[in-house]
Every structure is written in C-alpha cells, then in structure tokens.
Design a protein around this ligand. Structure first.
Ligand SMILES: Nc1ncnc2c1ncn2[C@@H]1O[C@H](COP(=O)(O)OP(=O)(O)OP(=O)(O)O)[C@@H](O)[C@H]1O
Length: 293
C-alpha cells in the first residue's frame, strides 16, 4: 500500500495547524516528531479520516480517500492520543466491542482477539477491568484494538506517552514485529522510540514538514555540527546567546554543554558523533524527550 499526502493543509478558524504538507508512505515504520503544537495529531487525524483537510488530498494507492470512504477506513488502524477506554469494560469485552464496530463477525473476532491479546502480552489480564490497568497495559490494549481489522496502515498517536523505559522497549519490539508489509506511522517526543525501528523520520514544525529522511541520512547531516564545549560558568549566557545549547552540566566553576554549530563554538570545543536525539536541538532548539528518563 502507498499513502500519498498531497499538499495538505488544515486550518482551525484562522490558525494554520498543517501547512501544505506533502509526503509519501510505503511499508515500514515512520516516526513523526515535532514539538508540542507542531501539528502531529492534526495530521494523524486527517490520515485516520476523522478530520477533513482544509485543502489538498490524501490518497491510498492513487485513489482519494474521500472517494474510497469506508473502503479506506477498513484498511487503517488508529490509536488516538487519548483512547478514553471504558474503565469498567474488561480487555476482552472492549476488543469485542471494537470488533463489532469494525464489522467483524463474532467467530472471526473471537479468534482474532485471542491472537492479538497474545501478541500484546495481555492474555492473562483479558478478563480484568481496564480501570485496573497500568498506562503501558492500556497502550498495548490500544494497539490490539487498532490491529483488529488487520490494517495495512497503522496510525499511532504518541503510543509510548507515559510508559516507563522497560515498557517502551517492549512496545518498540512489538512495533517491529507487527510492521511487516504494513505502513506504521507513530508520533513521539522520544527519539529512542524510533531510533532503531524507523525507516524514515518526518520532522514537523509549525505545521510544516521540514524533512522526511532515513535516520542515517539525518545523522549524516548532523555530522560536523555537534560539539562538546567546556567554558567558565559565567560564559554560559554568552554561549546561549550565540548558539543552540543542549544539555548543560555544571562542574565547579565550569560548565560542559552540548552545542549545535556549523563552526567550533569555542577554541576548546570538541566535535561529537551526532545522536538522533540531537535532531531536537538542531531543528527545534530544545532538548529531546529522551533526557527526561
Ligand atoms: N480543535 C482545535 N481548534 C483550534 N486549534 C486547534 C485545535 N486542535 C489543535 N489546534 C491547534 O493546532 C496546532 C496543532 O495542534 P496538534 O494537536 O495537531 O499538535 P501536536 O503536534 O499534536 O501537539 P502535541 O505534541 O502537544 O500533542 C496547535 O497550535 C493547536 O493549538
């Protein structure tokens, strides 16, 4: 399957949330990153066909999804940012409910539900109420409901939000396992979520798509721009005025900082091997969510 985003824009009254975005997605995992308010949820909701573009079109294998309508929705699975599951439902009941909404017959649904509960490692908890689940369990259940119709295009809005590092690793492995010949698009603030599994990263800022590249080519671009700088602490302010400064570590009277710059920001600056999380610093001038762990 190929999904084409063709000059798509979305306005909320006079606010431009998505500004003339074009992209092409084929099978594999895509990471959508951007700071708060960049437009990630808006773009994903349009791809999930729950929100209409103000202009432009989205196509699946060359056909406008407006025309495909139900046929398109049968091909996609969507995990919204806030699932809002009924907490008094059990995991099994919830999946039966979603399966019915998606038009699966009871027999196929029950077989599929068992298979998915196994995949997301919730078989033992299937008769427990969702209200008793941890954040990670709810997100895994969210994936299971999105996979019920065996979608060719899986859209996951911040699937790892609120997960602890161990749950995130489990989640990442699950995504690699299910990607196969599907398109998986996931938004995240945590670069390490996509570092090893994304075929391409889409960088969104102020509603505009700045880049759609493989992690490796983004890293290549950052080569020669990431520095480790040690300067007297009183010079930090000056450094921040002239350069994009990331993590700062105070050591007595000195500070050590990660800095993005095309040229050496100080005589003693040492070039660093770029990491994917430097994208945040380079494109958004802020530190990636990874450092919050
Ligand atoms: N229903 C709405 N009405 C008006 N403005 C909206 C609406 N939904 C989103 N916006 C605005 O559109 C912009 C993009 O929002 P969106 O939620 O798509 O960003 P995001 O990248 O998903 O942010 P976050 O990472 O915080 O979830 C923001 O400026 C937001 O305030």
């Amino acid at each position: 399957m190929k999904v084409t985003i063709d000059h798509v824009s979305k306005m909320y009254k006079d606010k431009v949330a998505i500004n003339d975005v074009s992209a092409e997605l084929t099978s594999g995992v895509y990471g959508l990153i951007g700071p708060n308010g960049a437009g990630k949820t808006t773009l994903m909701r349009m791809l999930a066909d729950v929100l209409k573009p103000s202009s432009g079109r989205i196509m699946a294998d060359g056909e406008d999804i407006k025309q495909l309508d139900d046929l398109y929705r049968a091909l996609i699975g969507y995990l919204p940012q806030d699932c809002g599951f009924y907490s008094y439902f059990t995991a099994y009941r919830l999946l039966q409910y979603v399966a019915a909404l998606k038009g699966l017959n009871r027999h196929d649904a029950d077989r599929k539900i068992d298979e998915l509960l196994h995949l997301v490692n919730l078989t033992k908890e299937k008769h427990k109420k969702i209200g008793t689940f941890s954040g990670g369990m709810k997100r895994r259940l969210g994936i299971a409901q999105a996979l019920l119709n065996d979608p060719k295009f899986l859209i996951l809005d911040e699937p790892t939000a609120g997960l602890d590092p161990k749950e995130r690793v489990r989640f990442r492995n699950l995504l690699s396992e299910i990607s196969g010949d599907r398109i998986v698009l996931l938004s995240t603030h945590i670069i390490s979520d996509i570092e090893y599994i994304a075929k391409e990263v889409l960088i969104l800022k102020n509603g505009q798509l700045l880049k759609q590249e493989s992690p490796q080519s983004i890293l290549n671009e950052l080569n020669g721009k990431v520095w480790h700088v040690t300067v007297p602490a009183i010079e930090l302010h000056k450094l921040e005025q002239h350069y994009t400064v990331g993590n700062v570590l105070r050591k007595g009277q000195e500070i050590e900082a990660r800095v993005i710059s095309d040229t050496a920001p100080a005589p003693t600056a040492v070039l660093q091997t770029p990491r994917l999380e430097d994208i945040y610093l380079c494109y958004f001038g802020e530190i990636s969510g990874d450092t919050e762990d």
